[in-house]
Design a protein around this ligand. Structure first.
Ligand code: HPA
Length: 271
């Protein structure tokens, strides 16, 4: 069945009615990272529940479930506080809803953030990683059934999906702020179970640096819709770490979240 990447007109109208700002940049805030929305000024809030097209999922602690339109570093942005994950039972297309709404609102840059497990030993808890590339190991794709842009084909190139210029800007911002950031490859898995030690060895062998359960559908949809992407992971645990709990993932997020907020704020002001 043919599917569309568009979102209901009513959702676009609702966000436009909530704020006169016309966001250029969309930021998706991962587990424990939603604090960035609190530093936005002239903020208008829309609960996900009010958006017809936002997938209905049960709430997972750490995901606030609303979007904020406001100014970050003087730039109009839309911040998504929390996302729907495929492990909650939604499709890849639905998981990519923030990207699709961002495109419909006229954004041309998407910043995706996530909490991730560190696969390689050079990464420790609290490290920030600029995503250089991803591996889609979710077994799904948000473009399944999409006929492609008008008169085109759905075979979207994924080389440089994580925009080299945007990555360079973020690395420069981090250097100026004296924040250590690594670069690495993100492996996206379906979840919700964490990886076994054997799976983490496999991921390391494949060339992954971090692993998580989000981001990939959002980024694929962003490339299909022509948005440029910056991706950032916060390492909240060593993948296959012993006794890992969702609370620990959130706690690690708290510590580096402030750093990430400053980085993203300056990054956005440099666009
Ligand atoms: N694995 C997958 N997803 C994650 C992890 C992990 O170790 N940590 C945070 N999100």
């Amino acid at each position: 069945m043919a599917v569309s990447l568009s979102v209901p007109e009513a959702d676009v109208a609702l966000v436009r009615a909530a704020s006169p700002l016309r966001p250029r940049v969309a930021v998706v805030l991962g587990s424990g990272l939603s604090g960035l929305a609190d530093v936005a000024t002239e903020a208008a809030v829309v609960g996900y529940g009010a958006l017809e097209g936002f997938p209905r999922v049960g709430s997972v602690v750490g995901h606030a479930g609303k979007l904020v339109v406001g100014l970050l570093g003087g730039v109009p942005v839309v911040l998504f506080q929390g996302r729907a994950h495929q492990y909650q039972g939604v499709s890849a297309l639905e998981a990519a809803y923030p990207t699709r709404l961002a495109a419909a609102l006229g954004c041309d840059v998407l910043v995706v953030t996530n909490a991730a497990g560190g696969v390689v030993s050079r990464l420790s808890v609290g490290d920030l990683v600029v995503i250089s590339d991803h591996m889609n190991l979710m077994g799904t794709n948000p473009l399944t059934g999409w006929p492609g842009p008008e008169g085109g084909f759905p075979f979207i190139p994924m080389r440089d999906a994580y925009d080299p210029e945007l990555r360079a800007i973020m690395l420069d911002v981090a250097a100026r702020q004296g924040v250590k950031v690594a670069e690495g490859v993100y492996a996206g898995l379906l979840g919700p179970s964490y990886e076994t030690p054997a799976e983490v060895s496999m991921l390391a062998g494949l060339g992954a640096d971090v692993v998580g359960m989000s981001t990939v559908p959002e980024v694929i949809a962003a490339r299909a819709l022509g948005l440029r992407v910056l991706g950032m992971s916060l390492v909240t645990n060593a993948a296959a770490g012993v006794g890992l709990s969702h609370a620990e993932v959130l706690e690690a997020g708290d510590k580096a979240a402030t750093q990430l907020q400053r980085l993203v704020t300056e990054f956005v002001s440099r666009l």
